[in-house]
Design a protein around this ligand. Sequence first.
Ligand code: UN1
Length: 476
Amino acid sequence: MELHQLIGGQWVSGRGPELLSTNPAHPDDVVASGRLASGDQVDAAVAAATGAAAAWAARPYHERAQVLLGAAAVLEREGQRYGRELTREEGKTLAEGIGEVLRAAQILRYCAGEADREAGQVFHSPRGGQRILVVHRPVGVVGVITPFNFPIAIPAWKIAPALVHGNTVVWKPAGVVPLLAVRLAQALQEAGLPAGVLNLVIADARTGSRIVEHPDVHAVTFTGSTGVGRAIAATCAQRGAAVQAEMGGKNPAVVLADADLDVAVEQIVLGAFRSTGQKCTATSRLVVQDPVADELLDRLQARLASLVVGDPLDAATGMGPLISDSARATVEDGVQRALHQGASAVVPGRPDLPGHGWFSAPRVLVLPSTELDVWRTELFGPVLSVVRAASVQEAFALAGEGEYGLSAAVFTTDLASALSAVDTLDVGVLHINDESAGADPHVPFGGGRHSSLGPKEQGTASRQFFTKTTTVYLRG
Ligand code: UN1
């Protein structure tokens, strides 16, 4: 398919370098092609968003919500087709690809519901006959920068709240998944989104940084690496723009001695290896209490032996490829380094990986100590590092090591231990007896420390970022 940029309501050819979207399972298979946006085109997109801002903000919430509902219906209608395209472009399994398109629809529907929720707050006044109101207003033009690993769900959960709250958007998706970006923009357009309200610029990182630097972009929401997120935050802080950044994770699963091991094994495999470990919420560390450690590792080994790694379009496949050759090199280097530093692979590589594509085997590495780099460094791949703990307290302490604070999973049948995890683990998202990944649209999502900056995403929490408030002292 020929790719275009959406600027001011028009689909136009990019004026930058060539752009090729290829299938990570079959790198010779070209999914879509075109040209990247030029710097001038990014500026034109910001100008279009600026021009469309006042009229869009003036529309009633319910009219804006109607557009999101229309786009949700398009995604539901096209779920199978777009899901296949997503799998072909990104490499997650077909069930996950279709599931993600439907998840994007669900997010659009949730955000449309903002029209029916409370609009602000009313306070008493210490002065008689008066009230104080807190009202929400659009921020203006929002820059949206999204990663490859959720090509449509993450864009939906940034763009939908931006739009329903009356903002206009300039969106730069990851260059490796441009087709799904086009699909979301088309769905919104088909649902009647006015020209200029959403502008899609598929650009390289340097050109895309113009969005972050542009004085007419009032807020930037980003998901991606911690390094890039912090650089974006610094630029935004300097010029007084708001920023929301969701970044890395090194999320632990903690299996306590009283855990239901059937549940733990199932959920750890989902958390660590679904999407080939390419989620900021993926389980990449496992802390297991001594009495159940050997049994848990045996069961993980058995379960992973039957995990089919292959073409994600095949129904039997349980894990597809990584996104790129360089992603695979990062993962393989990280594994080799860990082995060199003394880790032992209880689930080693696989002789049966496909000979083409960016495949990497699921790995489970038992570490002699938490000094190894693999304990702290996010590899963004199918690698689970394991350490043992003697006590519940030690298990939580080990899980808390490192600089990230996004999500964690704790497996226990003891309520006191579960509650202790809530108080002890410094994470934004905690799953008890459930995988570390996953984010429902109606509740806040985000972490702390090196994982996230700025207000949380999703749920009504997202209002904090996508609106600004005015406190109105109302005297009749
Ligand atoms: C999920 O766990 O389903 O980039 C969502 C990421 C996160 C979203 C995870 N921002 O992986």
